[in-house]
Design a protein around this ligand. Structure first.
Ligand SMILES: [Zn+2]
Length: 203
């Protein structure tokens, strides 16, 4: 599975274009639909379909271009079940949810399988996508190359975030982490630089 990062919007959100065997997906289209479509076109030469647009959580800086993209690409929108409250509060999103994701669901893309983990804390319905075969993990705003997701916004929970992190650090081996902002990094690297996380793994 190829993962292409496209930085969008004033908060420099990482929008990811995933591709596998001619199938495409867009994760966290936070702004700049034109830029995302240009990015898709440059990797999607045969005009293959975009299977879905997915938000790791329903915050404006991760979904602002979602409605525009879903309409223009004639595709579906996927969201974690426990962020439906945030979704419903935002009446002007112009979006409908075509698939509601829950813990343990699998989203297929080409020959790749993305397992859905509910990783709340930043929002109640934040999800991570786990590609076990290639050890790739998309975490939204759970944690970053430096620092952790904010828990002071509506629905945020510090203890939930810690539980979600505790789960991630138990993953075996080295994983490539694709966060919602900032550079991608490796889990081992992060464990080496964060005593907080390293302790969690040992507990
Ligand atoms: Zn967020």
């Amino acid at each position: 599975m190829k993962v292409k990062k496209i930085e969008v919007g004033s908060l420099e959100t990482n929008c990811y274009v995933l591709s596998s065997d001619g199938e495409y997906a867009v994760i966290d289209p936070g702004a700049d639909a034109d830029k995302i479509i240009a990015g898709l076109e440059s990797s999607n030469r045969e005009g293959s379909e975009v299977k879905f647009v997915l938000a790791t959580h329903f915050h404006w800086d991760h979904v602002e271009a979602a409605a525009d993209l879903v309409n223009r690409l004639k595709t579906d929108f996927y969201l974690g079940e426990k962020d439906l409250d945030l979704f419903q509060q935002s009446s002007d999103s112009g979006l409908s949810t075509d698939r509601i994701l829950k813990e343990g669901d699998t989203v297929n893309l080409g020959s790749n399988k993305l397992k859905v983990w509910e990783t709340p804390g930043h929002t109640p319905g934040s999800i991570s996508l786990v590609e076990e075969k290639e050890r790739k993990l998309l975490v939204g705003d759970l944690f970053f190359s430096s620092g952790f997701g904010r828990t002071d916004l509506p629905g945020g929970s510090r203890s939930d975030l810690e539980d979600s992190l505790a789960r991630v650090v138990e993953l075996d081996g080295d994983w490539e982490i694709f966060p919602g902002h900032g550079p991608t990094f490796h889990l081992e690297e992060k464990l080496n630089s964060s005593p907080f996380l390293a302790d969690m793994r040992q507990e």
